[in-house]
Ligand binder design. Structure first.
Ligand code: FE
Length: 167
């Protein structure tokens, strides 16, 4: 035990344990498909508040169909270039974005680099919409958790791999 840890204050008894997760970018089993040319590595599922955090990787023509965010999203670009069809800006490594509640957009990875790796924090569900803004489907922390659990079972990582990401 070092000096710092001896000085630290004990957690309140009702506090949840911290979550510390190492991502292996080379272990394909950790990445589930998010559509054509898109891979998702969940890091945190918050089932009390309906939030989740994941890394999204996309290559070439990677596109995420048009969707509305009833709750905010933050994103931090680790690699590549990407943007939204509905906006003029292009995010590059180091670019942070905050999308307020109510945003509707279509993500594309093509950009200059032809790929992207971005850390996203979704503060609530995603509503998939058509060209007229009519809802066609949704994703929330529970559907996302379900998908990743099924994925981890199918590649042999097992349920514990997912369970440790839930608070
Ligand atoms: Fe989005």
């Amino acid at each position: 035990m070092n000096e710092m840890s001896r000085l630290s204050v004990a957690l309140p008894p009702d506090a949840a344990p911290e979550l510390v997760e190492d991502v292996d970018f080379d272990d394909e089993r950790q990445w589930m498909s998010g559509g054509e040319n898109i891979w998702i590595r969940p890091l945190f599922f918050n089932v009390l508040q309906g939030m989740w955090v994941n890394i999204l990787k996309a290559k070439g023509e990677g596109v995420i169909s048009r969707h509305r965010h009833p709750a905010p999203v933050t994103g931090y670009t680790l690699e590549g270039t990407w943007g939204y069809v509905e906006h003029d800006w292009i995010a590059r490594p180091g670019t942070f974005i905050y999308e307020p509640a109510g945003e509707t957009h279509t993500l594309f990875a093509k950009g200059e680099a032809g790929h992207m790796t971005v850390l996203f924090h979704n503060f609530g569900p995603i509503l998939y919409v058509d060209e007229n803004g009519q809802q066609t489907g949704f994703e929330d922390v529970f559907t996302r958790l379900d998908k990743y659990r099924n994925h981890c079972r199918s590649v042999g990582l097992g349920d514990d791999f997912v369970q440790k990401l839930i608070r």
